[in-house]
Design a protein around this ligand. Structure first.
Ligand code: HEC
Length: 112
């Protein structure tokens, strides 16, 4: 009886975890839209204002510890990795939290 109950609880946990992962993956493109990322970037073609997320993923593919730098860039902006066009800081675009930036960076890096 006890074992049955334990298995039941574990199954429930796994289902809840699987669901939240799936939701997180679906939520990113929505997040990319609400945070206005797509007003400058496209997933697979270079825009006049910014490199494509695919090119960004290819450039950083396999590099160690690159997420920290990219999370900071997504939150605070920066310039010089792709050309003279700056990615503006939070004053000029929607505020992005640390968690949101991490989700966005993981999604961008998976676009290779
Ligand atoms: C106003 C236009 C603009 C918006 C809005 C914008 N970006 Fe960018 N982004 C750029 C430009 C320009 C660069 C290239 C900067 C450089 O050369 O270092 C860039 C670079 C990047 C990079 C690569 C950084 C690097 O150092 O190579 C990532 C990742 C990125 N953007 C993600 C995002 C995400 C996620 C959002 C939404 C939260 C976003 N961008 C919104 C213009 C923009």
């Amino acid at each position: 009886m006890k074992v049955c109950k334990l298995i039941h609880v574990m199954g429930g946990l796994a289902a809840a975890f699987g669901l939240s992962l799936a939701q997180a993956a679906d939520a990113v493109p929505e997040l990319a839209k609400t945070k206005e990322c797509m007003s400058c970037h496209a997933v697979d073609k270079d825009m006049p204002k910014a490199p494509s997320f695919r090119d960004i993923a290819k450039k950083y593919n396999g590099m160690a510890n690159v997420e920290t730098m990219l999370v900071q860039k997504v939150r605070e902006g920066g310039v010089g990795h792709w050309g003279a066009n700056p990615m503006p800081g939070t004053g000029a675009r929607a505020k992005v939290s640390e968690d949101e930036a991490q989700a966005l960076v993981a999604w961008v890096l998976s676009q290779k």
